[in-house]
Design a protein around this ligand. Sequence first.
Ligand code: GCB
Length: 606
Amino acid sequence: MFKSFLIKVFFFLPLIGLSQDLLINTSNRNVTTLNGTWHYIVDPYETGYYNYRYQPYDKFDKNNNSAFYNNYHTDNKMALVEYDFDKSPTLTVPGDWNSQKEKLFYYEGTVWYKRSFDYSLSEKINRLFLYFGAINYKAEVYLNGTKLGTHEGGFTPFNFEVTSVIKSEDNYLVVKVDNKRFKEAIPTINTDWWNYGGITRDVKLIEEPTTFIQDYSIQLKKGTKNTIVGSVNLNNAKGNEKITISIPELKINSSFSIDSKGAIQFEFKSKRIKYWSPSSPKLYDVYVETADQILKDEIGFRTIETLGPNILLNGKSIFLRGICIHEENAMRGARAYNEDDALMALNSAKELGCNYVRLAHYPHNEHIVKLADKMGLMVWEEIPVYWTVDFTNQNSLNNAKNQLSEAIARDKNRASIIIWSMANETPPSDPRNTFLKELIIHTKSMDTTRLISAALEKHYKDGVNIVDDEIGEYMDIVAFNQYTGWYGGSLEEAPDAKWEIKYNKPVVISEFGGGALQGLHGTVKERWTEEYQEYLYQQNLKMIEKIPNIRGTSPWILNDFRSPKRVLPIIQDGWNRKGLISNHGIKKKAFFTVKEFYKKIKQQYK
Ligand code: GCB
């Protein structure tokens, strides 16, 4: 199982990938940040990438070099004399370009980023990696003229070894970032969120010993309550290394010799484990140690499983009191990227009475997942297989699998994550079913301990709401979105709605809701008023309570969020108004409706 945690993008994406095995738990490694001010050049015609015959410079140059670098540092004749980074303006990294420069608000295309830096490797420690938390959407990365590789997918991390390329002074790092949407991409062209472009997450240089801890997994063994199971993988193992795992609070401290693959597998029994849960989010200090390195993590132990209609956390039946969240700081109208942004969102979720969040519609940054661990919020993590993905395209499938691999590799040690979601509102068909089944098999090959789900849809026939999507067979939780009272359906009749759900499994309403402009008041019949939204919630919640096997909800959505699809003047102005909180941070009436409901549910599931 462990081997498959190792991510080789080029394995899945033979034409475009060269990023390497992912380093996990990067915040506890030896890090130098490359966050800060970067120069940028907007390049809508990609003149810095293609010559006048539309051939990429880095493909025909035999040294695989970047034209920029050659032009800048040598007497090269590549004629990019018009491109001068140091005379160009700057952007802050991490961050999207749309919210930083007014002219780039709607821009979708290529922007070149450049940063120079000095770096001297420590004498003893002698390998260096360049790590990107995420770049939306496609990145070509060059250091000192050498192409390090390409990465596709806007929401997951990747890294390259740069030991042989780094210089002590004046390193020249160039990244081509392209956020053009295209049909075969994941997500595809059509989404209901802002396509923020840029180097949107942290950039780090990470120093490692010659042989180092690449990756590890430490969790409760599936089906047990007192067995901790795990594995560690070394990079560049020589063969005689020992790895020590210690969890001082549990009095665990054991050393293991690596096997021929440079890995160890282990199991410990402990009767003292205090389980992680929302009411007691206990995390243990865990140390993975070699002769050259100690890597610390904080890990919670809990079980998550289903039994008939129940979701069991540490053996106890729970109700997921959730809320959907986009990775956006609504107040800034920008992609969220730091711990403060994460704290703001999760504090609001807590105030609402949540024990669970759905991080829609793509893997969010690592800050929020780590914070959820600490704050005791269970998490649904999802990949952007959204709406009309190109289900017959093998490259699209490989891309989706790769995004899953990177998300699972990064977050597999987080107790908060209880659900891997495969998709959102994808239209049922044979190719779609095959596509999702492949993703499920892939997920299970990496992690058998968490629940599998996807946000499905319902349909309506002869007065009955029906959920019978065939893919439900493969889900641990049957989740679906429904918008009674917003996209059709009568609010008056909602509480008496009839439901037929084909599967005897836990049911979660992964989305419901409607829009309101905060501060706009009127009657419950007037769309866009807070009163309409409040009534919509009241009626929907009455209905949801009666849905067979209901074990959770995540209303759509915590905050108003930017969407180019939402153009209604005065009311929307580019914002999807379904937030329970406005983009000025003000709670709408419906916030309190949900809060009341969750208070009641909490009593029922004591
Ligand atoms: C949905 C989508 C979500 C949209 C929402 C809406 O079903 O899953 O991404 O933003 O509806 O507001 O229409």
